[in-house]
Structures are given as C-alpha cells and as structure tokens.
Write a protein that binds this ligand. Structure first.
Ligand SMILES: [Zn+2]
Length: 435
C-alpha cells in the first residue's frame, strides 16, 4: 500500500513541472482567444472540489459511525443516524426491533430486479484499552489511517455504501429499473438470531426476493477489491458428555472412568476422513475445542467427561448428514452419553457465479474499472450473514475493507482503501441500475 502510494506520488512529482507549464500555456492561450465563461481549469477545479467534498463526507460518515459504541447487540444510535441519511435520499426506512436487536430495512425504486447492500452496525468489545494507540471510539485519522473499533469490521463499509448511494443519486442515477434495498443489523457478531435472519424472514413473508446481495464484510487481504467471497463454509458446534461411576482409583474394578471411552471418541473424531474441498471451496474439518472432567483429585475417577467440538464444512455436507455421522461414532462407546448441538450455520455457495451473465461478472468488472485489477475469489474464513441472504435463492457476494486488523486492538483501515471501496460500490450501482 505504502509502496504503491509512494510510486504514484513520485510519478506525479516528476511529471508536474512539464505538465503544469503546458497546461497553463494552453489555458492562457485559450482564454486570450476564446474567452469562455468557464475555463477548463475552473471545470477541473470544480470536479476536484466535488471529489474532495465527497471524500470528506465519506470519512466523516465513517467517523460518526465509529464514534457510536455499538457493542453487540447495542445499536447505540447507528440505525436512527442511518435513517436520517437515507430518508432525504428517497428511501423508505423501516426499523425492525426484534428481542433487543435493532434492524433496518430501507428500500428505494421500482422494477423487477432487486439488489441489496447488507451490513452490521455492531462491533466486538474493544478489549484492553491500554493497548490502543487511540481510544477505540474516537475514530482518529493519523498517517492516512482511520483507527477505531469497527474501522474494518464493518462500519467503514457502511459509510462507503452510504456515500456511494449518495454519489449515485447526486450524479443523476435513478432506481427505476430495479429496487434497491439496505439491510443493516446490530447483531452479526453475537448469536445473529434476531438480525439479518429476522429481516430475511420478514422479506420472505412479504414475497420479496433479492437477485443480488452484496455484504460489506471485510474481505480484502491487502487492499480493497483484492478479494471477494463467493461463498462460505458452514459451521456446527457440539458437546458430548459421558457419565461415569466415580470412586477411588486404587479399586478400578469398582469404578467406570468416562475418560477412557471419551479418548476413543476423540480418536474416532480425529480419524474422520473429510472432503478435501474443491477449487472453489476449502475442505471440511473438525476441531476439539474443550475437554472437561470436572473437579480434579489425583486419586478419584471423575463422574463425567465432556468435550466440545466445532466442524467447518463445505457445501458437500449438510447439517443432518453431519449429525448422523457423529452420532454413529459416539454410540459404540456406551449408551450413557448426551450429545447436544449448538450454533448451526449452513454453508452457502453461489452456483450461479459460473454463469457468464451472473452478477459476479458485473462485480469483477466494477473492481477492474476502479482498481485496474481483477479480484481473487474466495470462500475462506468464518461464517457471515451472507448465508441468510442466500436462503432467498439469489446471488450473494461479500466485498469490504482489509481484514488484517479485525477484532484486534488498533483496528484500522487506510483512507485510500475507504475511497476505493466507495468507488467500487458506486460503479456497481451505476452498472446494475443504469442498464
Ligand atoms: Zn463483520
């Protein structure tokens, strides 16, 4: 990033003397002979001023969102603020409060095709404040970086979506060839039960489908637009508990130690041969995340042993198949077991993305026009709210800021990336709604 910027600025410096001399000579000659009411220089200045003003508003919007300490599921005023921004642009806004979660469904336009911007206003806790270079909710800009909790995940993406929408409308863009939705929740980082999932259910009841959904999750590895997600693996957590017969370890014939059969279960779980994935999707895997056998005493066999595990799975599996497989592995180790399932998250994958006319082509072209590069396509990382949007049957893609500092202290995003991401979103709007 720094290297690229240095290169551009050094080129600009080296070209400046010649170019500026030529330009001023041309301009003065033009004024002397034609005397236009508005000179080319004036037009260039006006355009430059407009771009500067748009960029200033973009950074200010990002700062205003970061300054609201919206730790899951507290919206901290983000949604009312967004409504204040979107209603004057012509959006119909509906705040959907569900079990303490604040959701926003905003829409504008008419027509058969539908596109949505999806995002979340909630952030994870700031962690240890003494490790932050700047207070996490101050939204400080220093050395061309904007710092703060949510700077990358994902308040800046919401600011980019907002600024892109404003710029699209200001430049004469209209939503008469399709309907444009905003779906924003304050519960993505938590259980996600009453957030995007609830909004999608609400839309389903109203008979609304979304042809294309763009989620602003931080997908970039180095700079905005370098990577987009075209799907995500699913996740499923579980807990296995085996009961034992506790007693003095010196009398093994009088006890039943549950750690022994649990050791066999752990081995069986680790021996599962998972799929190795495909070119588009990483393979499936299981990790044991916790082992617990209660209070410890070196001469007492425990009364129980339990383990927690988490499975990340590709689209080759579904939740039911996984549950059947694990249950079949546990059963031989005795009937006195409990098996509980937690936090099921289905995978999603855009089958349509392989079609030439898919929205992925449009997205790739918008990124190429903005950055001069085509993005890498990825399905790596954790789960996202994209899975809920995918349940409507349309295409779902994720594109956002750089994810190098998400959920960390000193979370940050470069101002250059902010502008690039806004430009990508704006280009997508122009390409989707103007044709
Ligand atoms: Zn996020």
């Amino acid at each position: 990033m720094n290297l690229a910027r240095t290169k551009v600025s050094s080129e600009t410096v080296s070209l400046q003397p010649d170019t500026s001399t030529d330009k001023s000579a041309d301009t003065s000659a033009s004024i002397a002979t034609k005397k236009p009411a508005v000179s080319n220089l004036d037009i260039e200045q006006t355009t430059a001023e407009k771009i500067d003003e748009a960029n200033r508003q973009l950074i200010e919007s990002a700062q205003q969102l970061i300054q609201k300490p919206s730790i899951t599921p507290d919206d901290a005023g983000c949604t009312p603020w967004l409504i204040q921004q979107l209603e004057p642009l012509g959006f119909h806004c509906q705040q959907l409060d569900v079990n303490g979660v604040t959701n926003l469904i905003a829409s504008i336009g008419t027509g058969n095709k539908t596109m949505a911007f999806l995002g979340h206003t909630d952030v994870v806790p700031a962690g240890d404040l003494k490790h932050w270079q700047h207070p996490p909710f101050a939204a400080t800009v220093e050395d061309n970086f904007l710092y703060g909790r949510g700077a990358a995940d994902m308040k800046t993406a919401i600011a980019c979506m907002l600024n892109a929408t404003k710029q699209f409308i200001t430049n004469g863009g209209q939503f008469n060839r399709g309907k444009f939705y905003w779906l924003i929740t304050s519960d993505e980082e938590g259980e996600a039960e009453y957030g995007t999932k609830a909004m999608i259910e609400h839309l389903k009841q109203k008979g609304v489908s979304l042809d294309v959904s763009l989620v602003g999750e931080p997908t970039a590895r180095v700079t905005a637009g370098d990577t987009i997600k075209i799907g995500r693996r699913g996740a499923l957590s579980g807990c296995i508990k085996l009961a034992g017969k506790p007693g003095h370890v010196a009398y093994p014939d009088q006890i039943r130690n549950p750690i022994n059969p649990m050791a066999k279960i752990i081995q069986a779980l680790n021996n599962i041969e998972w799929d190795s994935g495909s070119a588009d999707f990483p393979g499936s895997s299981l990790q044991i995340t916790h082992i617990n056998s209660g209070e410890f005493s070196d001469n007492v066999s425990p009364s129980y042993c339990e383990i927690n595990f988490n499975i990340r799975y590709s689209h080759r599996w579904n939740e039911q198949q996984l549950k059947q497989k694990i249950t079949a592995l546990v059963q031989p180790e005795g009937s006195e077991f409990e098996l509980q399932w937690q936090r099921p998250c289905p995978p999603y994958w855009n089958k349509q993305s392989v079609n030439p006319g898919s929205a992925l082509t449009l997205l790739e072209q918008a990124i190429f026009q903005t950055t001069g590069r085509y993005p890498s396509l990825s399905t790596s990382g954790g789960t996202s709210d994209g899975r809920f949007a995918a349940s409507l049957g349309g295409e779902v893609y994720e594109i956002g800021a750089c994810n190098a500092t998400i959920h960390q202290v000193n979370e940050k995003v470069s101002v250059d990336d902010l502008i690039t991401l806004r430009n990508i979103y704006q280009t997508i709007l122009m390409q989707y709604f103007n044709c």
